[in-house]
Design a protein around this ligand. Sequence first.
Ligand code: ZN
Length: 399
Amino acid sequence: MSQEAPAKSTDPNKLVVRNIGLLLSGDLDQPILDADTVVAVDGVIHAVGKEKEIDTSGATTTIDAKGTALAPGLIDSHVHPVCGDWTPRQNQLGWIDSCLHGGVTTMVSAGEVHTPGRPKDIVGLKAMAIFAQRAFQAFRPGGVKVYAGAPVLEQGMVEDDFKELAAAGVKFLGEVGLGSVKDGITGRRMVAWARKYGIQSTIHTGGPSIPGSSLIDKDMVLETDADVVGHINGGHTALPDDQIVALCERSPRALEIVHNGNERAGLLALRTAKNGKQLHRVILGTDSPAGSGVQPLGILRMISMLSSLGEIPAEVAICLATGNTAKMRSLNCGLIAAGREATFVFLDTAQQSAGKNLLDSIQKGDLAGIGMVITDGAVSIHRSRNTPPATRVPEVVKQ
Ligand SMILES: [Zn+2]
């Protein structure tokens, strides 16, 4: 049997998503948009609005959202990938693909620190970072974008190392404190070099995560001044409450709450940030894979936990996992707005939830059901195999 090759075409790939019941923008300033239609061209959002006001003609793919909610794909601000879709931490395959079924479409590496035999000499750590950056740029499990290649600071690194890493495409540092740099003065100097060349930084906050790592307290976090206060709620062991409050109040940087942390401390950080009108700095991660395993629904669980126990509206909690992270980490995803990546998750009330609707169900602590995920304008998955089943699911009506 022969199959005709598709005609070569330079026509744009036009995606129309219509009949959206609730448009969750990811933007903390306006989390819900009065819109029912999104149009994307070649993987980039082109228009957001009411169907009758938007040009939906010439669609190559049309999706009927069936009244479900559309949100930006979720971002996990803190993962520890190693190679491909394998993690040696729990010797598990397919963990990134499993997270896609939890709505995560973008991940940021906080260091490939679980790599067996991880090189700690400077040439070796640079080579590993560049390898990971290249490999994950070319390999997207299920469509998930993994920003990897996050070197861990070691004693002896000089300014030229950061210049070289940046020129090679490295954009993030692994958690400060996981290598041999364990004092604020050295950390601050290296983080400043990284920043000078456009490389973002994160610092481990709290007690040791596994045997061999060590305590990083608020003084070192403040002195180092990394761009992200990594797992402010500990990974797992949190700092004392007064230190968490001090970090929220005195650091101007992103405040990252993780699933694999102390949940009570996470709620304390959220409330402190909220009371100080600093919610825009709160971002979410899982810090997985870890000793606690892999959490395919970790970001969804954080959204429900922070909304229900932290008493913030569900649409605001979703911003913490989307637009906030995108803004704090300079990513072009995370918002439903023209010019952003057309990467979406379709959510609906989980079947039999006691919630009146999607947002109410999240505020009551239930998880949302995922009916479809789109990455860069193309359908990655239909109904999630991991979430509780969504009541309604979108449908591709034209392809
Ligand atoms: Zn950590």
